[in-house]
Design a protein around this ligand. Structure first.
Ligand code: LMR
Length: 401
């Protein structure tokens, strides 16, 4: 049966991590995969997560199944987090929510639901560049994905005119993937004014906004600021919208796969019906979602004290990333690295999009043991006071030779 199976090349980001782990050089630096590292370069368990774990184990953890659509309180708290108290209170009865296997699982559930509800299949507009899994999730479900130019390598910023033009000519009833904040890989987000214009165009063309919200609170340290676009679109356009939440980055729960798909509809009946469909789709795929990570997240979100501790953790992570971004910029400028580096400090979030050519990226990897994505995206969290000087020196060397 499988003689004709195609060989699929390994996923670029995960392959890079494997390559880094296999490198025996003591000088190696991993700036590939987007995982937070503390100031010593180690993975960081958030203090709020530690407290939540202690609380859970003191209460005695049973290992029963969760409901098919996931932990009820967690779904509610996740939706409240994304929408904020006021909008959540207004929309509560028009929401369908389903716990998911992190952000990817939420995107996949969104795709399954769209496929089940919409004929003919809507086109999926995907920003270019984007997180590689976007194409994979939707094309594996049979959707046609169409890329549009999101980023201008010339200005090293969002190509907002191209974005507007794409929406103005998009087929009505299409889906557009939106990075809610901290665009991966470029770190470039629209301004508030641009978000408002984008929302207006979505409404004009009757497009379905599907938010990938993997960095709420992690980007700026403030959930409300990072959720601006989601809330604006849902509140001001009256459009139905999907939000794919992940707690991998903002709670550091990478391996626990904690996420939630949230659908904002416009009627209670649509919410009830889509909720029932999500239940059926989830049952046929994973039966019911994993419990532990959702319990950790829910314990944090539903306790005033732990939620405040988590807000502090978000500030710790986003401040450290911001200060490393600035340190890298200052050092590149001070060492006279060729080219301009202003874009680095204009960007935000976990990643820096350096704008180096693939050959320089390869040279840095092979000669200097610096691992970054082929498109020269670096995970800024991999930098710390101990390695940023050396890293800068190597970038300069790699860029010059
Ligand atoms: C990344 O972009 O590096 C992360 O989101 C990890 C992943 O799954 O690709």
């Amino acid at each position: 049966w499988f003689d004709r199976a195609r060989f699929i090349p390994p996923d670029a980001i995960f392959a890079l991590t494997a390559q880094y782990l296999a490198d025996t050089s003591p000088y190696k630096v991993n700036l590939g995969q987007g995982t937070y590292r503390d100031k010593n370069g180690s993975p960081w368990v958030l203090p709020s997560v530690n407290k939540s774990r202690e609380l859970l184990s003191s209460q005695g953890l049973a290992h029963e199944y969760l409901p098919i659509v996931g932990l009820t309180e967690f779904r509610k708290e996740a939706a409240r987090l994304a929408l904020g108290d006021e909008l959540f209170a207004k929309k509560q009865k028009q929401l369908a929510t389903c716990q998911s296997l992190s952000g990817t699982g939420a995107l996949h559930l969104a795709g399954l639901l769209l496929r089940a509800c919409k004929t003919p299949l809507p086109k999926i507009y995907v920003p270019e560049p984007t997180w590689s899994n976007h194409h994979q999730v939707f094309s594996s479900l049979g959707f046609q994905c169409e890329s549009f130019r999101y980023y201008s390598p010339e200005t090293r910023d969002v190509d907002i005119d191209s974005y507007y033009a794409t929406l103005k000519s998009a087929e009505p009833n299409s889906v557009v993937i939106i990075h809610a904040c901290a665009h991966n890989p470029t770190g470039c987000d629209p301004s508030k004014e641009q978000w408002r214009e984008l929302a207006r165009l979505f409404k004009e063309r009757q497009l379905f906004p599907l938010f990938d919200a993997a960095y709420l609170g992690f980007n700026s340290g403030n959930v409300d600021s990072d959720a601006f676009a989601i809330r604006w679109f849902i509140e001001k356009t009256g459009l139905e919208a999907g939000v794919c939440l992940s707690f991998a980055k903002n709670m550091g729960l990478y391996g626990e796969r904690v996420g939630c798909f949230l659908l904002a509809t416009n009627t209670e009946q649509a919410a009830v019906n889509t909720q029932s469909m999500l239940e059926m789709l989830q049952r046929s795929e994973v039966s019911n979602p994993p419990a532990y990570g959702a319990k950790i997240a829910n314990t944090i979100l539903s306790s005033t004290t732990l939620r405040q501790a988590w807000y502090d953790d978000l500030i710790t992570m986003s401040d450290r990333i911001r200060s490393m971004r600035k340190a890298l910029y200052d050092k590149l400028v001070a060492t006279g690295a060729p080219g301009s580096w202003e874009h680095l400090i204009r960007q935000s979030g976990m990643f820096g999009f350096l704008g180096l050519s693939p050959s320089v990226v390869l040279r840095l990897r092979e000669q200097y043991h610096i691992y970054m994505a082929d498109n020269s995206r670096i995970s800024i969290a991999g930098l710390n006071d101990g390695n940023v000087d050396d890293y800068t020196r190597k970038i300069v060397l790699g860029t010059e030779t």
